[in-house]
Design a protein around this ligand. Structure first.
Ligand code: ATP
Ligand code: MG
Length: 558
């Protein structure tokens, strides 16, 4: 990958190899002109759900920029909506950000910590004629907002004096008015072609208990008012958000300019930059739709390994490094698109191939008996943990005269091109002996072995066979439940639960080499020929993360 555009001062390369993009160019220009000596970004989740793969892109982008340009990134909970937020979500979000490998300074921030500041900012706007209390009903307000082609109509309350507005706003704060009786609105332009500038609401009365401020407030700021102020208070330099907020940018700028003019916040004010959100085939990335999957029990909770949540990803065996590579690969752009799920899987596969130790596991066990092997005998066969990484060491794998092999590795009457076991054919048992099949009796495959064919011993190469089978000694095997996952949805662009893939999980009773009995929760492996697996962090089973290569073909293709 070329990264000449990213060469920092003195030609020193930034931390990670990376290609340039429009956000990196903005940051580099701001550093070059001295507009900012150091950048500060933020990741601002609303604590009303678990983080999904889309959030991972935003996290990698914001924290990645901070790391690349030696700035910082805040984790800030956007908890301005008291009704839908919960501590459990806060905890899981912190957990997921840490899991992705990012640091956010001493502690996470909370928008609710700035409620006093926001309130004062609102009073400042009122005092300077930039905000007024409107007492129209919600319906009247909607009717008067106008349409895309027609301007709005001014509220009869639009010209209230600052003193009257201040009195009313304080009464709202003090609980003297019912929910919905009044709202505070910015006073901008009812004829603006951008509807977001037609005097947007900035504070509403809402008697609700907040997860952090309790019952201190009965008025709450609107998101569009709160967010720019949160950014400004923290001295964020680049406020990166998804494209839906593009039409809000004029209000973001309007508000911060008014507050900076009045000395309420400092300059330079944060700059909002929009990028296209991540969309992925075969999953849904919307909290609302994810909540439905959980509440209607289509999956087993937020951390079900099929869920496109970061909690699910961990149980699936996806890695933080895989997400970072994926984010770098898909980049950022201004145009909405849908990314193939296979690109995410490739990133995971690529990373796991580098780090996952190799193991043998039989997922569909068939018994194989070596008739000429010493009765009751056993021996240890050495196997490398990784073919390209001798530093990962070797391990002894017990071998005996009774083994489990894969059911699909035996055919009574071989089809054309089948090189594995069938009566009269010879194959090598991986890192072991060459065996010759004599047939199947009572559901057990029988064979004889060549004692002088053991891998790695002199003369072993004299045996030329085409098949090489993985196996597990029956007496030593670790039996375990293995979950084989497939796409959660059966169509590329799922709408909702009607598109769920009914076969997204298959559970098998596998026979694994004994070393896997000691696997730690969360440890990942390659099961030779079968793909990458993780020991489930929550139980003793193993979950397939991803198969060896992309073999998925939609069943409804064509
Ligand atoms: P959803 O649309 O799933 O409900 P949200 O945008 O409401 O998500 P927030 O908690 O507000 O969720 O999001 C926190 C941050 O993550 C925001 O900055 C948002 O822009 C970003 N984000 C959310 N979804 C995506 C996505 N699909 N791709 C990239 N960034 C995203
Ligand atoms: Mg949101």
């Amino acid at each position: 990958m070329s990264n000449s555009a990213n060469s920092g001062p003195g030609g020193k390369k930034p931390q990670a190899a990376s290609t340039s993009n429009f956000i990196r160019q903005i940051v580099e220009a701001d550093l070059a002109t001295g507009r900012h000596a150091k950048i500060l970004t933020r990741f601002p989740p609303e604590p009303n759900g678990y983080l999904h793969f889309g959030h991972a892109k935003s996290i990698c982008l914001n924290f990645g920029l901070a790391a690349q340009y030696r700035g910082a990134c805040n984790l800030r909970f956007d908890d301005t909506n008291p009704e839908k937020e919960e501590q459990a979500y806060v905890d899981s979000i912190i957990d997921s950000v840490r899991w992705l490998g990012y640091e956010y300074g001493a502690a996470p921030r909370y928008a609710s910590d700035y409620f006093d500041f926001m309130y004062r900012a609102a009073e400042h706007l009122i005092e300077h004629g930039h905000a007024y209390v409107d007492s129209q009903s919600a319906e009247q307000m909607r009717a008067n907002r106008g349409t895309l082609t027609e301007p709005g109509h001014a509220s009869p309350h639009r010209d209230r004096s600052p003193a009257e507005n201040l009195t009313l706003f304080r009464e709202m704060r003090d609980g003297r008015h019912a929910d919905g009786a009044h709202v505070l609105r910015a006073r901008i332009d009812m004829a603006s072609p951008n509807i977001n500038l037609r005097d947007p609401a900035i504070y509403r009365i809402r008697r609700a208990t907040h997860h952090r401020t309790g019952d201190k407030w009965c008025i709450y700021p609107m998101y569009t008012f709160a967010h720019p102020i949160e950014d400004a208070v923290e001295r964020v330099t680049h406020s990166i958000c998804t494209l839906e907020f593009e039409d809000q940018r004029p209000f973001y700028d309007w508000l911060l300019a008014r507050l900076a003019d009045g000395g309420v916040i400092e300059r330079p004010v944060p700059q909002q930059i929009e990028f296209a959100r991540l969309n992925l085939t075969y999953v849904v990335l919307s909290k609302r739709k994810l909540i439905q999957l959980v509440e209607e029990a289509h999956v087993e909770g937020w951390d079900d390994p099929r869920m496109p949540t970061l909690a699910g990803a961990r149980r699936r065996g996806y890695t933080a490094e895989g997400f970072r590579r994926f984010a770098e690969r898909v980049g950022v752009s201004k145009a909405n698109s849908v990314i193939e799920f296979a690109i995410l899987e490739d990133a995971m596969r690529e990373h796991l191939n580098e780090v996952a130790p190799r193991r043998m596991g039989v997922l569909d066990p068939l018994k194989l008996v070596i008739d000429n092997y010493p009765q009751g005998g056993e021996e240890l066969l050495e196997q490398p943990n990784h073919p390209q990484k001798p530093e990962l060491g070797r391990r002894p794998v017990p071998f005996s005269g009774e083994l489990w092999i894969e059911r699909e590795d035996y055919q009574e009457i071989p089809e054309k091109g089948f090189f594995r076991l069938y009566p009269g054919n010879s194959v090598r048992l991986r890192f072991g002996y060459v065996i010759e099949c004599t047939g199947m009796r009572d559901g057990v495959v029988h064979c004889n072995y060549h004692p002088d064919s053991r891998s790695g011993t002199p003369g072993a190469d004299a045996y030329k066979v085409k098949g090489n089978l993985h196996w597990v000694s029956a007496r030593h095997a670790h039996a375990a439940e293995v979950r084989l996952y497939d796409r959660l949805f059966r169509v590329a662009n799922p709408d909702g639960v009607a598109d769920l893939n009914p076969d997204s999980r298959r559970i098998v009773r596998a026979q694994l080499e004994p070393a896997l009995g000691e696997a730690l929760p969360g440890e990942t492996f390659q099961f030779e020929r079968h793909g990458y697996f993780v020991r489930d962090p929550k139980d003793a089973g193993f979950n397939r993360t991803v198969s060896m290569r992309d073999s998925w073909t939609p069943r409804n293709a064509g």
